[in-house]
Design a protein around this ligand. Structure first.
Ligand code: UDP
Length: 140
């Protein structure tokens, strides 16, 4: 399996509780390398654009409000099979269903405030990385 990149967000519930390091350690211990990282306060327009695929879903408005409720840390992660590996390390969307040892099992507060975002395909990873990072900001 070739080295791959994926996109991650440490969400406001985690930055609020000062868990940026704890979450990043779980990603690194899981075999992923942080090759780009920055802390941002998302605008409403940025959050709506990022989650445009969910625009028709009932939780869209609340999700956007949550994502702009505090700082986030956007990251590019690199490693073997990085998209799938990151999803394993994150755990299920609803922390009640997440496996032991996953970021969401350990740290998430709810199905909405679930501490991390991770791309669900290589195609979406490329789109999401380009949404936040210029190529020269990624140093592998
Ligand atoms: N979400 C929510 N309510 C739901 C499902 C999802 O608030 O019933 C939020 C949650 O923060 C989730 C995000 O919307 O991480 C995107 O949902 P998706 O189904 O893509 O889950 P993910 O890929 O993040 O596991």
């Amino acid at each position: 399996m070739a080295t791959e990149r994926t996109f991650s967000i440490i969400k406001p519930d985690a930055t609020r509780r000062n868990l940026t390091g704890a979450v990043t350690t779980l990603l690194e211990d899981g075999g992923l390398r942080v090759v780009a990282s920055k802390r941002l306060q998302l605008t409403k327009e940025q959050a709506e654009g990022f989650y445009a695929v969910h625009r028709e879903r009932p939780f869209f408005g609340e999700l956007v409000s949550f994502m702009i409720s505090g700082p986030v840390v956007v990251q590019v992660l690199e490693g073997e099979n990085a998209v799938a590996r990151n999803r394993e390390i994150m755990g299920a969307t609803n922390p009640a269903n997440a496996d032991e040892g996953t970021i969401r099992k350990i740290h998430a507060e709810s199905i909405e405030a679930n501490s991390v975002h991770g791309s669900d395909s290589a195609e979406n990873a490329a789109t999401e990385i380009a949404y936040f990072f210029k190529p020269e900001e990624i140093v592998g």
